[in-house]
Design a protein around this ligand. Structure first.
Ligand code: NAP
Length: 253
């Protein structure tokens, strides 16, 4: 029996990258997992991959900034699996690159809408379902750039600032949800090999590796085990915390 056997999990932005790896690990550890992302073809492809491995997964299109998509995600999960115990809020965007002072108001709106506001509202919308199950556990995927902004030419301070906000959100919401037996934690990945980090890796990868004690980028699967642990009963006395998955880069505010 896996440590998440009997649990139902939602993972956002899980059709490729870190989210897919997390979804796979949760299912391997026994959870029934609802995967989701904006594009149907990406969801279908991920479902095929995971089902071919014999895992119990389902999928739905969900752009996290769209309220009606979030509702569909929740409804479909409850209809198919009977409730919700676990949430991984993994979706984020970074639509602009370059010096922070060049960032526009539109970019700030988009970054904060997807990365911060949607995370909060998804949490708020899922809480009643976790309450019905007598409790639950959530993990927010933040970023080490929330601690140490990436100052190179390819990332912006707006993205880093949104990720710092998620550390605060986890702490604030964890206090209120504790009385409902719901725990909320964050992970803060450093540089992980995905499509999202490709531009940064191409242009500034060598510089960044120099300051990494482990001297390499991380793999998405290296984020997945810690998420499964934080969601599981093994982490029953941990809430409001952030765990850095950074290859040794310092990760404190
Ligand atoms: N890679 C890194 O080095 C790194 C480091 C620190 C933190 N992170 C964080 O890790 C998380 C995942 O990043 P990643 O590197 O795995 O990215 P990725 O490889 O680009 O994967 C992105 C996933 O997000 C989905 N997606 C994008 N926008 C979405 C939206 N608005 N609503 C729902 N789904 C959406 C994509 O599918 P569709 O295109 O079908 O929507 C895809 O499944 C993000 O929160 C990111 O900030 C990444």
């Amino acid at each position: 029996m896996g440590k998440l056997t009997g649990k139902v999990a939602i993972v956002t932005a899980s059709s490729y990258g870190i989210g897919l790896s997390i979804a796979e690990r949760l299912a391997e550890d026994g959870a029934k997992v609802m995967i989701s992302s904006r594009k149907q073809q990406n969801v279908d492809k991920a479902l095929q991959t995971l089902k071919n491995k014999g895992l119990t997964v389902s999928g739905v299109v969900c752009h996290v900034a769209k309220k009606e998509h979030r509702q569909k995600l929740i409804e479909q999960t409850v209809n198919e699996y009977g409730g919700i115990d676990l949430l991984v809020s993994n979706a984020a965007v970074n639509p602009i690159f370059g010096p922070m002072l060049n960032s526009t108001e539109d970019a700030w709106d988009k970054i904060f809408e997807v990365n911060v506001k949607s995370t909060f509202f998804l949490i708020k919308e899922i809480v009643p379902y976790m309450e019905k199950r007598g409790g639950g556990s959530m993990v927010i995927v933040s970023s080490a750039s929330g601690y140490i902004p990436i100052v190179g030419s390819k990332f912006t301070g707006a993205y880093s600032t949104s990720k710092t906000a998620l550390f605060g959100m986890a702490k604030a919401v964890a206090r209120q949800l504790a009385r409902m037996n719901i725990r909320v934690n964050c992970i803060a990945p450093g540089l992980i090999k995905t499509k999202f980090s490709e531009i940064l890796a191409e242009h500034e990868g060598e510089e960044i590796i120099k300051v990494m004690p482990l001297k390499r980028f991380g793999e998405p699967s290296e984020c997945a085990g810690i998420v499964s642990f934080l969601l599981s009963a093994d982490a029953s006395y941990i809430t409001g915390e952030t765990v850095g998955v950074t290859g040794g880069i310092s990760s404190r505010l």
